[in-house]
Design a protein around this ligand. Structure first.
Ligand code: GTQ
Length: 350
């Protein structure tokens, strides 16, 4: 018989009395909580959930009548995990939201210690500026705003633009070092011309004289036309992964590592009829379908998805993807921070 690491000792009257008295000195007995502090395997209150874009979209559009982007600072519908209510979390470590900007609107410049990514869901003509350098959005593009970089959003086009925000706010809050500040007055930073970051770092080249890479990717715009074309080319080689289909990580080109220190970002192509093997990791995964449709079986429960839906697989939930047509899934995860801390593990599956 194994030792009872995961069992609570009996609560006798004498013990209850003792615990009550020691509480006056702000002390509690470890043996009453050890089984929850050191569980056999990851325990999370987060649950799998899908945000069906057809059901969410009417509220996103209605928000434009309720408040301007400027007054809201950021007009975002937070995607709250049903198991973590009122915590503004989609997983224990990650935050997600759907942000709307209307033609002609601006969201003022600010910066914060949590890092952010934007994945464009619908529309065209809006931009995010980093230190004044604009990245114009197209559906399926990934745009980064690393920790403590000035950023504002604006819109020169004529249709609503919606994107998925992913931030490490819950993780940074938990550790403590949250800082944020507005750009002075109502000015906007002026910066380099649009595309400068890609010219310097995005062409498999880098500026002369640079030797070591920064922690955050100096490329902050990853256009979907490139990502999609790359995966299409790769899928013709037939070299497919049994769990992930054709899956590539967006990288910081100066290090080959993840785009930001805490958050990893991926795009995968699942060919029509793909039925993947089971995947299980200590990291949590937020998926967003760009094109196609299919389903993911999460701990035995089937979740269907189609273009523009977002769904979450919490830590240690087993999941396997199936595609009903050629499908492209974007994802972000806290895997990089777990790896840096030596805590990341994959389950014995697949
Ligand atoms: O666009 O800078 O969803 O600061 C949450 C906080 C987006 C942003 C969010 C933010 C932003």
């Amino acid at each position: 018989m194994s030792r009872a690491l995961h069992e609570k000792p009996e609560l006798t009257n004498a013990r209850a009395d003792f615990y009550g008295r020691m509480a006056e000195q702000k002390m509690t007995p470890l043996w009453e909580v050890l089984h929850t502090l050191l569980a056999e395997a990851p325990v999370t209150d987060a649950v799998p959930h899908k945000w069906d874009y057809d059901l969410c979209r009417p509220y996103i559009m209605e928000s434009a009548d309720i408040i301007s982007a400027e007054e809201a600072e950021r007009r975002v519908m937070v995607l709250e995990n049903p198991g973590l209510e009122e915590k503004s979390c989609i997983t224990e470590a990650l935050y997600a939201g759907l942000q709307l900007i209307m033609p002609g609107e601006v969201a003022p410049a600010h910066r914060h210690s949590p890092c952010a990514l934007r994945f464009i869901v619908e529309g065209t003509g809006a931009y995010t500026a980093l230190n004044g350098e604009k990245a114009y959005m197209e559906v399926g593009d990934l745009i980064l705003t690393p920790s403590w970089v000035w950023h504002d959003h604006g819109h020169d086009g004529d249709v609503p633009v919606v994107w998925l925000d992913g931030l490490d706010i819950p993780l940074v809050r938990h550790l403590g070092p949250v800082f944020a500040e507005p750009y002075p007055e109502s000015e906007f930073p002026q910066g380099r011309p649009s595309g400068d970051n890609m010219a310097r770092y995005g062409g498999n080249m880098r500026p002369f004289g640079e030797t070591s890479g920064p922690a955050n990717s100096p490329v902050f715009h990853y256009p979907y036309v490139q990502t999609r074309d790359t995966l299409d080319t790769l899928s013709k080689s037939g070299d497919i992964d049994a769990r992930h289909g054709y899956k590539l990580e967006y990288i910081n080109p100066t290090t080959g590592g993840p785009v930001m220190p805490t958050v990893g970002t991926y795009m995968q192509k699942l060919p029509n009829g793909f039925s993947g093997d089971v995947y299980q990791t200590t990291a949590a995964w937020v998926y967003h379908c760009v094109e196609g449709s299919g389903s993911t079986i999460i701990n035995g429960q089937k979740m269907t998805w189609k273009a523009r839906d977002t769904f979450v697989v919490p830590a240690w939930f087993k999941h396997e993807h199936q595609a009903d047509e050629d499908s492209f899934l974007f994802s972000f995860t806290d895997q990089p921070v777990q790896q840096k801390l030596g805590l990341f593990r994959e389950g014995e599956t697949g």
